[in-house]
Design a protein around this ligand. Structure first.
Ligand code: PRP
Ligand code: URA
Length: 209
């Protein structure tokens, strides 16, 4: 079963409170999502492998660590996932970015795929699929299905707010995928919105309604 990690760092919790607030406007919402993504990227990269290199300081030669050149990929689920990409790339600028376009049909809540573009070596990359919201789990499950169909094998999922229903569904559908969350909320409402949540992440990021 995929592990669930809740990143409850005080800075992350503080910023999540402000994106929940309905009086937070588009500009501030976007900035906060970007900052939360950077803080989450700091936590999710904790287990990246390191290797030793020799470096000459002004004082003497020494052995020191650098990242062992793991190939990473960030995969935002459009639209709202785009809001997290730059924040992650601030810490891992060499990562490639693939995009998956999905929207939830408002009636059935089923995900509909409209775009898919990955780096050509997607099979070799360790992928972090990102979306601010994990609600029913349908979009995340479909995104992982699409990636696996193209040969991806190492996939993690990172979101800001998750509902227990979505976590359970994603774990069941893809037990090999670990899930990284900033806040685990109470439930879904009858319209498939996370409670208390933050409303529609895409609309709040891009100022649409
Ligand atoms: C939102 C959100 C997720 C999805 C989560 O996107 O950004 O992708 O819903 O819901 P689920 O877990 O029930 O699938 P939406 O479908 O509203 O599309 P948008 O990003 O284009 O607004
Ligand atoms: N998508 C959102 O943007 N918000 C929710 O609460 C659920 C799905």
């Amino acid at each position: 079963m995929g592990k669930v990690h809740v990143f409850d760092h005080p800075l992350i919790q503080h910023k999540v409170t402000y994106i929940r607030d309905k009086s937070t406007g588009t500009k501030e919402f976007r900035e906060l999502v970007d900052e939360i993504a950077t803080l989450m990227a700091f936590e999710i990269t904790r287990d990246l492998p390191l290797e030793d290199i020799e470096v000459e300081t002004p004082v003497q030669m020494t052995t020191s660590k650098i990242l062992a050149g793991k190939k990473l990929g960030v995969v935002p689920i459009l639209r709202a996932g785009i809001g997290m990409v730059d924040g992650i790339l601030k810490l891992i600028p060499a990562a490639k970015v693939g995009h998956i376009g999905l929207y939830r049909d408002p009636e059935t809540l089923q995900p509909v795929e409209y775009y898919f573009k990955m780096p050509s070596d997607v099979q070799e990359r360790e992928l972090i699929v990102v979306d601010p919201m994990l609600a029913t789990g349908g979009s995340a499950i479909e995104a992982v299905n699409s990636l696996k169909k193209r040969g991806a094998v190492k996939i993690r999922f990172m979101c800001i707010i998750a509902a227990p229903e979505g976590v359970e569904a994603l774990q069941k559908a893809h037990p090999d995928v670990d899930i990284y969350i900033a806040a685990l909320d109470e439930k879904l409402n009858d319209h498939g919105y996370i409670v208390p949540g933050l409303g529609d992440a895409g609309d709040r990021l891009f100022g649409t309604k």
